[in-house]
Design a protein around this ligand. Sequence first.
Ligand code: 13P
Length: 248
Amino acid sequence: MRKKVIAGNWKMNMTPSEAVELVNTLKPLVNNPEVDVVFCVPAIDLIPVAEAAKGSNIQVGAENMYFEDKGAYTGEISPLMLVDAGIKYVVLGHSERREYFAETNETVNKKMLKAFEHGITPIMCCGESLEQREQGVTMDFIRQQVKVGFQGVTAEQAKTAVIAYEPIWAIGTGKTATTQQAQEVCRDIRACIEEIYDAATADAIRIQYGGSVNADTAPDLFAQPDIDGGLVGGASLKPDFGKIVNYK
Ligand code: 13P
């Protein structure tokens, strides 16, 4: 049985002081031991959020990371910094980073390998555009993202990874994929993992759905056999996130 993992992606929201306030508001609301709860927050908020979350079930994740340990990479955050700050997860390859910051399958792959090297759990994002869905190439596109993203990743590492399926057309649009659409793609991603590795790895890896998840849509989505939780944007900044974490 896979444990659900429900993560908030704060994106570029919350100043450090707002972040601490939000953690203090949400802490009692997201206290569900049946679920892994992760707050993925802007770099400058990582340390205050980790501090504020101490003693709670909230784990903290970064929204990006560079694929070198240290050096002349102005503006980047290294895995060593994350580990030292007690950060357990990192979102990699979000569609916004692919679209606005030239992230590619190849850089995502390098970051995946780096994250595993340092024991950070990657939440690797994939997902098609509306145009790709209409052209019927959704799975061709996602298979490429997954296959390149996991190149050189061992089965043992892959078992601990999280994949977030986020159809681009559903992100921030209020247009959640239907439960059936989300389940179908998550099932096909799991099949792709089985193809790359084996049935045991496919069975262990956790696959989230993301894209306009809210307290109303979460219960049905998370009840699907291949959906192991969610990556939540807008609704993770509100008390509603507590309802999403306690979706049952
Ligand atoms: P929304 O939940 O705001 O649609 O964002 C989804 C997302 O991109 C999470 O990473």
